[in-house]
Design a protein around this ligand. Structure first.
Ligand code: 2RA
Length: 351
């Protein structure tokens, strides 16, 4: 029999993409149960060609469920993933609640699929969207050359902050549209967009904001710490040097990362391209002469990480510079979760 799947947070930004993905991917599931908070209960959602009614998130809702995907805020996962496990499910969690737990594997199926079996708590974690977009491209280069250090800057889309991030960007773009004088005087954009900044600390229209997440130690943001800690865990390199600057940009969906990667051995750009051409989950888009670069407007709605602008560093023969773009709601969230869950479905399938 095919296993039963629960999708917790089915009506949120990532949950919505999850239902689209479940419709398009090869079906490995028996029953699919959509769960959400009270205000979404009773909503009808199309998923895998069926019209499903959203049910309340209760302990009993997990009875008979073998795999439960969580696309909810950290505190909801922290409370409910253990409840799902106690009811017999394996939890695949897309929040930050368990990622750094020693007893919870952090799985990227293209990189460390064997880790799904190493789950003493019955929970498997999905990495943060910025880490995921980048790491799928970094791992094959690490296998080729031996990674020593990452220096990077992110260009993160507003949908990373949820639907309210997308809404505020569109509202602000409407407010600034047509005024060709805007952006030429200090404060003029702030004045035009007004006080409602949604989930961001500054206006997103006509701006970039060097901040994502919350304040962590010594001036680093939580988002910057996530990239560092998660890259180390996924690659199994506890001492990897990582310096990240996370920046929010006025893009709706698809996070980008400019990466300077230092390796143990000398690198060459063509060798790196070859490694990436053959890597799962990566598409090489690297022909600047033809105007072909990895960009959010092309990567959005697609599965792979788009990689390009690959150059050997001018001052270090062991370093590569490149640019990666990936859909933060797909590979960065729903797709990676679905891929992990599919590995479990294969393991659980009974003849
Ligand atoms: C962001 N990485 O882009 C976060 C979402 N998990 O804000």
């Amino acid at each position: 029999a095919l296993p039963t799947l629960a999708v917790v947070g089915a009506t949120g930004a990532v949950g919505t993409v999850m239902c689209e993905l479940l419709t398009g991917r090869r079906n490995v599931w028996g029953e699919i149960r959509l769960l959400a908070s009270e205000r979404s209960v009773g909503r009808r959602v199309r998923c895998r060609g069926e019209e499903l009614v959203v049910q309340a998130l209760t302990p009993e809702a997990f009875d008979g469920v073998q795999v439960a995907m969580f696309d909810v805020p950290d505190e909801v996962s922290a409370e409910w993933a253990p409840i799902a496990v106690a009811r017999g499910a394996i939890a695949v969690d897309n929040s930050g609640a368990f990622r750094m737990d020693r007893d919870v594997p952090l799985v990227v199926p293209e990189i460390n699929p064997e880790q799904v079996r190493n789950r003493p708590r019955g929970i498997i974690a999905n990495a943060n969207c910025t880490t995921l977009a980048m790491i799928v491209a970094v791992a094959p280069l690490h296998r080729e050359y031996g990674l020593r250090e990452l220096v990077l800057a992110s260009y993160q889309a507003v949908s990373g902050a949820g639907q309210s991030g997308v809404d505020i960007l569109h509202d602000q773009l409407t407010k600034v549209a047509g005024d060709r004088a805007l952006g030429s005087r200090t404060g003029d954009v702030r004045q035009a967009v007004g006080d409602d900044l949604g989930p961001f600390p500054a206006p997103m229209a006509l701006n970039v904001v060097p901040w994502a997440g919350s304040l962590a130690d010594s001036g680093w943001s939580s988002e910057e710490m996530k990239i560092r800690n998660e890259s180390r865990k996924i690659l199994g390199l506890p001492d990897l040097k990582v310096s990240a600057t996370c920046v929010r940009v006025p893009v709706v969906t698809a996070h980008s990362v400019a990466v300077h990667a230092v390796f143990a051995t000398e690198v060459d750009a063509e060798g790196a391209r070859e490694a990436l051409r053959n890597a799962p989950g990566v598409i090489l888009v690297d022909d600047p002469a033809a105007g072909e670069f990895p960009m959010p407007i092309d990567a959005v709605g697609t599965d792979p990480s788009w990689v390009g602008r690959i150059r050997r560093a001018l001052d270090d023969p062991r370093a590569l510079d490149f640019f990666v773009t990936g859909d933060n709601l797909r590979k960065g969230a729903a797709l990676n979760t679905a891929q992990i869950a599919e590995l479990l479905a294969k393991e659980l399938r009974t003849p």
